[in-house]
Ligand binder design. Structure first.
Ligand SMILES: [Zn+2]
Length: 327
C-alpha cells in the first residue's frame, strides 16, 4: 500500500468513528453527594466536569433525614454516589436499595482512622484496626436498636482537616474511575484544594495555641467534634451522643451540668443542625453565656457564614476562640 493510500485509509477510519467521544466530553459526570460538606469537596475536585445533587442540604441533619420520593430517582440515575459512611447517613441503605442504582457508593472515610465513643469514659478511643466504613457498619449491626452506645463509631471525621484531605483523595479516585478522560483535571484540582486545606489546618492550630490550656473545655449540643478534639486539643462536652437520633435524658443533662462545673468549661455553643433549646437551658443553669453557633454536620446556605468547608472551619474556630477569650 502506498503512503498516500495508507493515510487515506487512516482518515477514512477516523471519519467513520461514531461521534460519541465529543458527546461524552460534553456530558458531565452525574454525582450525588449525601450531604452539603461532601458536595463542597466534590465541587472543588470535579469543577465544571461534574453536576452535583446534594441529598441533605444546608443546615440539614443527615442523622435523621427522611428521603423524599425524588431522591430515589436521583440516586438511580447517578454515575457516582459519594457518602460519609461509618455510618452517618441513617437513611442511606434503604434509599440505595429503593433506587436500584448501578452507581458505585463511595464511602469517603474509607482508609482513615476511626474514633469510637465509649460512654462510661466519656471520651473517644482510637480504633486500632481502622480499615474504614464497612467493617464498622457490620459491627454496628449486632446492637443497633436501643441505647447501647458503647464503642459506637464517630462518623464526624470531616471535623479534622487532615481527614478532609482523605475525603478529597477518595473523591478524586472515584471520579477518575468513572471518568478517566478527566482524571488529570481531578488530580490537579484535588492537589490545589489540598493546599488550601493545609493552610486552613495551620490556621486552626495557630488559633488553638492562643487559647490557654485550662480554658479549652467547651459545650455543644451533640458529640460532633471528637475528631476536632483529637486533632486540635479542644475538649468538647455534649448532652447528646454521636447521633442526634436519641435525645438526651434528664440524667444525661444533670451529669453534664455537674461535669461542666467540675471541669470549669469556659464556653457553650448552639449548633446549626440541632434545636438550641437544650443548650439554652444548660447555659442558664450553669451561668455560661451562649457563645454563638457552630456548624457541625452541615454547611450554611450560600449567604451564611459557613457556605463552604473552608469557611465553616474558619467560622467555628473563630467563634470558639472569640467566646473563650471574650473578644
Ligand atoms: Zn452529627
Amino acid at each position: 500500500m502506498s503512503r498516500t493510500l495508507k493515510l487515506a485509509a487512516v482518515i477514512g477510519a477516523l471519519t467513520s468513528l461514531p461521534i460519541a467521544p465529543s458527546v461524552a466530553a460534553a456530558e458531565n459526570l452525574r454525582v450525588v453527594a449525601s450531604f452539603s460538606i461532601i458536595a463542597d469537596f466534590a465541587k472543588n475536585v470535579g469543577g465544571d466536569r461534574v453536576d452535583i445533587v446534594t441529598l441533605v442540604g444546608p443546615n440539614g441533619d443527615a442523622h435523621v433525614y427522611e428521603p423524599k420520593p425524588a431522591d430515589a430517582a436521583t440516586v438511580g440515575s447517578a454515575d457516582v454516589v459519594l457518602v460519609n459512611g461509618l455510618p452517618f447517613e441513617g437513611f442511606l441503605q434503604r434509599l440505595v436499595e429503593a433506587s436500584a442504582t448501578k452507581a458505585p457508593i463511595v464511602e469517603l472515610t474509607k482508609g482513615g482512622e476511626v474514633l469510637r465513643k465509649t460512654e462510661e469514659e466519656g471520651h473517644h478511643d482510637q480504633d486500632q484496626a481502622a480499615e474504614g466504613g464497612e467493617k464498622h457498619a457490620a459491627a454496628e449491626e449486632g446492637h443497633e436498636e436501643g441505647h447501647h452506645h458503647h464503642g459506637e463509631s464517630d462518623p464526624h471525621a470531616w471535623q479534622s482537616v487532615h481527614n478532609a484531605e482523605l475525603y478529597v483523595k477518595n473523591i478524586a479516585d472515584a471520579f477518575c474511575a468513572a471518568d478517566a478522560a478527566g482524571c488529570d483535571t481531578y488530580q490537579a484540582n484535588a492537589e490545589s484544594y489540598g493546599q488550601q486545606l493545609e493552610a486552613l489546618e495551620a490556621e486552626i492550630k495557630a488559633a488553638v495555641a492562643e487559647i490557654p490550656e485550662d480554658k479549652r473545655t467547651i459545650i455543644t449540643s451533640h458529640d460532633a467534634y471528637g475528631y476536632f478534639e483529637h486533632e486540635y486539643g479542644i475538649k468538647f462536652l455534649a448532652p447528646e451522643g454521636v447521633s442526634t437520633e436519641s435525645e438526651a435524658s434528664a440524667s444525661d443533662v444533670a451529669a453534664l451540668i455537674k461535669q461542666i462545673r467540675q471541669d470549669k468549661a469556659s464556653a457553650i455553643f448552639v449548633e446549626n443542625v440541632t434545636n438550641p433549646r437544650l443548650i439554652e437551658q444548660i447555659a442558664s443553669e450553669t451561668g455560661l453565656k451562649v457563645g454563638g453557633e457552630l456548624y457541625s454536620d452541615a454547611l450554611s446556605d450560600k449567604n451564611g457564614p459557613a457556605a463552604t468547608y473552608l469557611e465553616m472551619m474558619r467560622h467555628n474556630i473563630t467563634t470558639i476562640k472569640g467566646a473563650i477569650l471574650g473578644s
